[in-house]
Design a protein around this ligand. Sequence first.
Ligand code: AQP
Length: 327
Amino acid sequence: MRVFSGVQPTGNIHIGNYLGALRQFVELQAEHACIYCIVDLHAITVPKDATRLRENILDVAALYMAVGVDPKKSIIFVQSDVPGHAELAWILMCNTYTGELSRMTQFKEKSRGNESAPAGLFTYPVLMAADILLYDADIVPVGSDQRQHIEICRDIAIRVNNRHGKVFVVPDGRFLKEGARIMSLDNPTAKMSKSAENPLSRISLLDDAAKIRKSIMKSTTDSDGIIRFDPENKPGVSNLLNICSAFSGLPIPDIEKKYEGVGYGAFKKELAELTVDALTPIRARYDEIRRSEALREALADGAERANEIAVRTMARVRDFFGLGAKR
Ligand code: AQP
């Protein structure tokens, strides 16, 4: 099986990204051929400072390795280093309907009906489909916020296959039970996000122990004092239970039982320590990897290996579509 996924180099990689996606990257590399991308072309759908973007690309690559993605087992590379992504995106755009793109909730949320929203924000799901289809990926490990984008990728692949023959492998999304959607700590009805204004709304993987403790202790809960999983009526507590389960590996009912009759303060305190213990070694490894030459070497090697696959796919795609003069 081939696995593909990516993360945007937009800074502030948080425990939502980790528990929803990155954690799966590590698990899957033991058994599958994995390709993990830093999707810088996606990041520029919103204007970015060039110097900052370059740094953020290296930050995410170092984080991949710090959480345990091994460049000897998996391919780690930067999207724009492989020209096939943009080329395939164009071909797929010609096979995508504007109506289906208009229904994407992420586009609706990010553009908020603004007519000067960049066209790239609108066509973002097509570039994401190109990322996946370029590598004939079978499995795409992501958080559940990407469900709709995986669906449109499958729809495009099936449509092209129906028109032209067996051009693409139709991929499946892979979503975890606990961690697939980590919510904001200050507003548990919204997902935890890198771009939210309040830094206490998220726990970034590189936060120090004091910031982690503060974010969890200040997190929004409710006033009934019962630790019970009920996302509809108790979104704050349910979110904390979800995080606790994802970090500890304990099923949620076991955690509810453990904290029966215990107040929120004590539960939050233990969750904060669990989170600090989980993130401290990642931060230590990150500091070392980020400074190392091995990081750039891994990305150069990854780009070469990814490009070899992409070039083969694009030759096949051009043949199916009748593009170009050469055969
Ligand atoms: N809150 C979340 N819970 C679980 N998984 C999440 N992911 C994102 N947020 C959560 C998953 O992380 C992977 C990488 O996401 P991305 O870099 O493509 O960016 P995003 O989904 O746009 O993340 P943010 O944090 O919400 O960024 P902003 O604020 O810039 O929009 C994906 O697999 C995603 O599902």
